[in-house]
Design a protein. Structure first.
Length: 85
């Protein structure tokens, strides 16, 4: 092996380390924390709730209703941000 491809410490030429240790970046930790908070939110809000959609009355878990509204809000926001460009 040449010095350009690997060194004795197991690092690649670009200075990044191969393996699982590189996954614990601040970005990766943030994603794990947000995933944990989402799971806690889901398990705390499992009770059924009634929601009126214009005429029909729909019964669904509270977390699912809030998730649906969040997704709709994100889609509307993405649509209007795309129109600005």
């Amino acid at each position: 092996m040449t010095a350009k491809t690997t060194s004795q410490s197991g690092r690649k030429a670009g200075g990044t380390q191969s393996g699982r240790r590189g996954a614990l970046t601040p970005k990766g930790i943030t994603v794990l924390v947000l995933l944990g908070l989402a799971l806690v939110f889901i398990f705390e809000n499992t009770r059924e709730t009634e929601i009126r959609l214009l005429v029909p009355l729909v019964t669904m878990p509270l977390w699912l209703a809030l998730l649906a509204m969040g997704v709709i809000g994100a889609l509307v926001g993405a649509y209007f941000m795309g129109r600005r460009r």
